[in-house]
Design a protein around this ligand. Structure first.
Ligand SMILES: Nc1ncnc2c1ncn2[C@@H]1O[C@H](COP(=O)(O)OP(=O)(O)OP(=O)(O)O)[C@@H](O)[C@H]1O
Length: 240
């Protein structure tokens, strides 16, 4: 559970996050909003890449902002980026193993841990292929596999579904919905694909101009006229 209290992040005179208060408790929580709303800044703040000017954040009751980026990883923070960070000349297996080498031991044999997440992500058949040989969908799933090793607590996923076909997106959604049961970790999911958010997130935070525009069940939030006006641009239409 992520508890954000009166959070402010400022770049010079620009308030990228402006007094944000929100409790995110769903297993998979959506984060949406127009361009420049502050979504990536919030993810950067949770990762430790930018600092807060004011406010507090707690993750599962742990005061989060005093921790260094490395300490956050040790505490189970994992992150994927809009552009995948696959090492092209390492095998799929070695890409995952490289992350496992950087996080605290879990007590499970590394070989079992890597095999487990590759199986979960549907990558067992390409485990020995080099990063450069796998397709876009497999690259996206490899990013997910890397985020799942070594007792993750919180996954921050930035547009994991970009560029996928409907069928591939369906497989990704299934994997996202199962993460809490598989690893006990919470997911914060940024995506501009409202269908993906609606299908995987039971709770969604909508940001606009660094502020909270809406927070609640995804179904209600996506039908909120203010959200539709600011983000979806379809105030009258209630189908999402
Ligand atoms: N390092 C930075 N220095 C200065 N301004 C920044 C910096 N990072 C973000 N901003 C500004 O902060 C505001 C919020 O940006 P942010 O990238 O968090 O928005 P976003 O909701 O993720 O947008 P998008 O959907 O386009 O990725 C924007 O006005 C952006 O220009």
């Amino acid at each position: 559970m992520i508890v954000i209290d009166k959070l402010c992040v400022q770049f010079g005179g620009l308030k990228a996050i402006d007094g944000l208060t929100a409790t995110l408790e769903a297993p998979v929580c959506g984060l949406i909003g127009p361009n420049g709303a502050g979504k990536t800044t919030l993810v950067n703040l949770l990762s430790g890449l930018v600092g807060a000017r004011a406010g507090q954040v707690a993750v599962d009751g742990l005061p989060w902002l005093p921790l260094s980026p490395r300490q956050r990883v040790v505490q189970g923070l994992r992150r994927s980026f809009q552009t995948e960070q696959v090492v092209e000349d390492l095998s799929v297996w070695a890409n995952v193993q490289a992350v496992l080498d950087q996080v605290p031991p879990t007590g499970v044999e590394a070989v079992d841990e890597v095999a487990d997440v590759l199986g979960y992500c549907g990558l067992a058949d390409v485990a020995t292929e080099p990063g450069q040989a796998i397709n876009l969908f497999q690259r996206r799933m490899l990013e997910l596999a890397k985020a799942l090793v070594g007792r993750p607590r919180l996954l921050l996923l930035d547009e994991p579904g970009a560029g996928l076909t409907e069928h591939e997106s369906g497989r990704l959604r299934e994997a996202l919905r199962g993460i809490q049961a598989f690893r006990g970790a919470q997911v914060l999911l940024i995506d501009h694909d409202v269908d993906l958010i609606a299908d995987t997130c039971s709770q969604t935070l909508v940001m606009d101009f660094g502020r909270r525009l809406a927070l609640g069940s995804t179904r209600e939030v996506l039908q909120d006229p203010e959200v539709r006006r600011a983000y979806l641009g379809t105030e009258g239409d209630t189908t999402c």
